[in-house]
Design a binder for this molecule. Sequence first.
Ligand code: ADP
Ligand code: MG
Length: 724
Amino acid sequence: MILRVNRLSYRYPGGKTALRDVSFSVDEGEYLAVLGANGSGKSTLLRCIAGLAPPGGETDPQAIQISRTPEEGRSVLAVVFQTPDDQLVAETAELDTAFGLENLAVPRPEMRERVSGALERFLPGVSPQTAAEKLTAGQKQHLALAGALAMQPDILLLDEPTSMLSEHARASLLEFLRQFQAEKKTVLHITHDMDEAVQAGRILVLHDGETVFDGTPGQFAGIPPDTLESWGLAYRGKPEEKEKPRTAQATLLECGGAGAGPFCGVSLCAAAGEIIAVTGESGSGKSLFLRMAAGITAPEQGEIKPAAGTVRALAVQESEDGLFEEFTADDVSFGPENAGLSGPALKQRVQEAMDRTGLPFARFADRKTFSLSGGEKRKAAIAGIVAMQPDILLLDEPFAALDVRSRGEMAALFRNLAAQGTCVIFSANRRADAEELADKILCLDDFRRTQEKPEAESGIQPPGRVQTGMTESSGAAARPFFSGGMPPAVKFLFCVFSVAASLLISGWPFLAAQEILLVFTAVQAGYRIRRLLSAVWKILPWLALILVIQCLLFQGFTEAAVFFLRFLCLLTALSVFVFITPPAEISYGAEDILFPLRIFGVPVRHVSFLTGLVFRFFPFLYSEADKLIMARKIRTGGYDAPAAGKTAKKKDGKIRQTAALIVPLALRTLAKAEKLSLAIAARGYSGKKHTRYLAWQLKIRHVLFLAVLLAFSAILIYGSRVWK
Ligand code: ADP
Ligand code: MG
């Protein structure tokens, strides 16, 4: 026995009881599938086992026992969470994979080998330096697996790991898990797929926070269908109504593709009352196609012509990206309210949409949107779109994360909507979903083959094909002086010296000299002066105002010139620093600089790690704001497709629009921060002993550079004080 769960109960800080008296134990080398309806407590169970349940919740710490002590450089447990986006902890694929190993203090050569091995297995064909944010949902799921397996765990906890994977990728993951188990490793696999569950040696079913079944697949097969349906594990649809005659077959949307490039030759004509599925391997462009059909992204070639007056609305793939209000019912009502509905009519519309998508209004109206379970979020996001009653309902992977019964109910809803004249277009990883439901299937595989650079195969490499070799990522030789090989600490010192000098120099000729020096370093670093000028240009009106005030107050141009030059020096120094230091290097550099403070008991690792996180949060906020604007635009229905490559700009009401973003942005940021801290904890982060994936060598030229810089700054400071 390797894991024992003994009378585990858990109540969320908000008061929601998610687990009641759950007990079971797992032996070494066992493969346990965990089944249960959406919201039955599966993810909560996994979080409790991993020791990651939100603090403040009520639970018994003795309830989880793991009989295995960690070995050097390995972790007993590794977790892959439900939402791919919630587990990225570092900026690039390789740094993300390495994060857990850094925390386990694995020596660098071994770490490099393990990271490249894991990446070649799970993301073959993707460059290790790819920004993690840029990966598709399926690839992010694979990246999370790479990060977990690089830690060589004895127990692997997986929360719906195949929800965003294509058939092919799913099959190879399952094959991989079989092999993993064959090495006497333990797997706990949460899933909604019965065929995934029966490959497990044992099945555990949760219902409303309690274990209602624990046995072999054989015993599971003997459960009566009624019981299965009450647990959310089966759907026996009501006898299909005789199809109503469809309303007018007017064409709602025409997509044509011509010429070369993505989507050439892809064409689709969508009519009222039609159900259309879009299928294809991961990376084949399903999401992009849906965004284009929804009018959010403009096609590069060809055109998308909706009939005049059609309302299109899209439920995006990562459902959380489409949610923004604090309470579920408010979120669902956003669209219809914008369309002018109010009072009882609005309430009725919201209630109907929630009830129809399987999120009963009575139970969920007052639930906080961001505390819903994965499947509940999916339903809430779809309810918000359905409530708008669009002519064309677009859905990106609407079945991912839904339990079997919900899937059946959702499909029935789509059929009903179609019978009422709505055109439903959805993407599906599973071909079976598409074939069962759709009148027409658009398969994007062909598009992929006509692409010049074929996307990487999305499968997992079988062990035989993996080459583990060291990849030298920071070869200093052929790189420019600044961006290659320069230790981040040197970059930090450059920044500190330059900022200090810019503040301490007093006369304008000396400041001008300092600026020339900085511009010289900027050019050296490859930072374009045009960018610097455009930064100044943007704040020019404010700058001019301050300068005028300065002139009036001090009655002289000199003060104004000094102020202006000082400002310019600071701006240049900081811009160059940010330009030459990628976020990943910021925490490494901060740690080196702060290292001496350790003797005073300063938690240097925490401080520097936080610094790095803060810098990463800026681009994150930016992209969250983008997603938020998109989500609101979809629900107001009033967006025009921007011209290719450009984003739509609306001048009027900008301030009002911005103000409306602040609260939802704060909500999402908080939710994201909570997820990020979970992901960081899951990879064993602590302030203690750790190693580093990236390494730099301090070269003589770096020391010389700093010496020259220091000397120059000293001369300028001294000079400006002597020759006044
Ligand atoms: P699932 O079986 O779908 O994974 P979860 O374990 O995520 O279900 O959730 C179990 C129940 O706890 C659900 O009703 C869900 O809405 C609720 N819940 C999940 N996360 C939170 C949270 N952070 N705060 C309050 N309630 C939560
Ligand atoms: Mg879950």
